[in-house]
Design a protein around this ligand. Sequence first.
Ligand code: ATP
Ligand code: SF4
Ligand code: MG
Length: 315
Amino acid sequence: MRYIWETENLVKEFTLSGGLFKPKQIVHALQGVSLFQEEGETLGIVGESGCGKSTFGYTLMGLHQATSGSIYIDGYKIDPYKKRKAVQNVMQMVFQNPYASLNPRLKIHTILEEPLELDSQYTPRDRSIRVKEALEQVGLTVAHGERYAHELSGGQRQRIGIARALIMQPKSIILDEPISALDVSIQVQIMTLLEKLQALYGISYLFISHDLPMVRYISHRMAVMYLGAVMEVGSARDVCENPQHPYSKALVNMIGQLLPRAPLGEPLRGEPSSPLHPPKGCLFSARCPEAEGRCFDQRPPLKPWMDRYIACWHI
Ligand SMILES: Nc1ncnc2c1ncn2[C@@H]1O[C@H](COP(=O)(O)OP(=O)(O)OP(=O)(O)O)[C@@H](O)[C@H]1O
Ligand code: SF4
Ligand SMILES: [Mg+2]
């Protein structure tokens, strides 16, 4: 089967320059992430703050250079050193803060036209038709295209963020915390819009959020990340109602009362280990109630289990 995108062992390290007498430090933000996306599905990524969710989205999109590992888009391996135009026609990204991601000095229609200008097949007339279509797709009008970002509400700005992603007619959109900066009533409107666009155009979403109930609601499949690696992937329902990995269990337990049919149990103990000094063995070993023996010196690979994938020696 050909996936829209697929990553194999994706690693991203950030180097923090040390000061005088201080050595450089390496942030191990992604520690070998292998995931894929099918057509028309929503794949959710959940995990605590700092676990690498955004870094995965940025690296997949080509906004960060991967340290190692492979990215396949539409079945083709992407050369990390070449321009990633191929990626842009297949995937687009919507960011958490719509205000910061829209140039305040440009009218909305100019912002929306920008990606089309890079493609010579679009005449100026084609561009304005496409901008009008994209505005209508997100429930806005050409009049909104004449405004600047500060003349729009938060919800309208996020609709523009989505229109900008739609303009290239991508197969998949990466949504990085797309609603967490919005009021609850506006959040519902944006989620409804995303569902409608998926039903109409079959777009796939990579939905990144720390809000587990929201990810459970919108996603077909869900990946649980911890310290830069995937701990468990499966149907959103299975992972929430019957989590298997000790970390997924702890995460679901923490907010179990907000999820239908989620098990209740022990809350998560302690803080995540530092991505500057990840544990040698299983990344979750410092907090895992089931850790023993080889958990502390060998890292478990992500392996198929029933109809999911789990990284744990005990499963
Ligand atoms: N440009 C950067 N330079 C150095 N370190 C970075 C950079 N971007 C991210 N990191 C580090 O990489 C790790 C993963 O960060 P990331 O932003 O991907 O986490 P996240 O899961 O998206 O968190 P949140 O839920 O808070 O958005 C963190 O330790 C973060 O501090
Ligand atoms: S491998 Fe060991 S430490 Fe890691 S999650 Fe499984 S039981 Fe816990
Ligand atoms: Mg993030």
